[in-house]
Design a protein around this ligand. Sequence first.
Ligand code: SF4
Ligand code: SF4
Length: 289
Amino acid sequence: MKDRNYFPYILETHLTDHCNLNCKGCSHFAPLVKGEAFTDIEIFKRDFKRFKQLFSDIYEIRLIGGEPLLHPDLVAFCEFTRDIYPKANISIFTNGKRLSGMPDVFWNTCSEKNILIKLSYYPIDLPIDKIKQKAKTHHVRIKIPKQIKQFSKLLNINGNSDPHQSFKSCRAMYKCLFLGNGKLYSCSLPPHIHLFNEYFHKDIHVSENDYINIFEDVDPSDIIEFTNRPIPMCRWCVTRRSFMKWDKSKKDINEWIGNDEDLLTHFFRMSKYHSINLYHQAKKYLKHR
Ligand code: SF4
Ligand code: SF4
């Protein structure tokens, strides 16, 4: 039976903003982070305790970054997340560079807490057989998809897109909400655009309408409604994303700036994502009917 306050979406959160890979056009702007930026576990706990008051269960929580495996308190994040949301799908997204060298305590925690490891598999050398063996030995679920060869270019630097159009095309591809520092965002763009602004001396403004402060007087229906409509920031995204070959970043602003893709390519890409979304909808339905 579906819980009354079930959050039926994927909720992402950063454990680090920085990364040990340097992908061209990274949508979380990790290559532009100066130094290291670790999430404070006490802030993380505070936010999830509040979120639990609003939503008793969540479809999926993704511990991401940056590179989450860089966080020295990673095990504590995993334990807390499972303890507060015992029934949610919980996954760690990693580029895999540190995975084969992670200590037993990490693997054992993922096993005990039923945390899935999802590899974002870029065209870099990784000891895939060793990683699979580690996961098997520790009874950890791991997903190793096909190598990612392309990245999308998201931004319209002129800020003049039709927000309804860019939102519609974006939602046809992804619906990953983002929780950080007491705020729920429709995506990972508003909480990290400051990195782009600081590095390239731009002024893409984040307004109060780009997020919901979960510590204010909001109820679950306000939040669900918020996630289903465009935000002001959508005008800074292209309406039809163009793609580029995956590569290492040279920190060139053009890595992030897209052009509207031609209609036919866009149509086929949307059809593919639509099928993937239908698959996830079916999975959710089966879990909560
Ligand atoms: S591995 Fe992920 S977070 Fe790191 S730079 Fe690449 S896309 Fe960004
Ligand atoms: S700002 Fe709007 S269009 Fe851009 S990524 Fe976020 S939800 Fe999608």
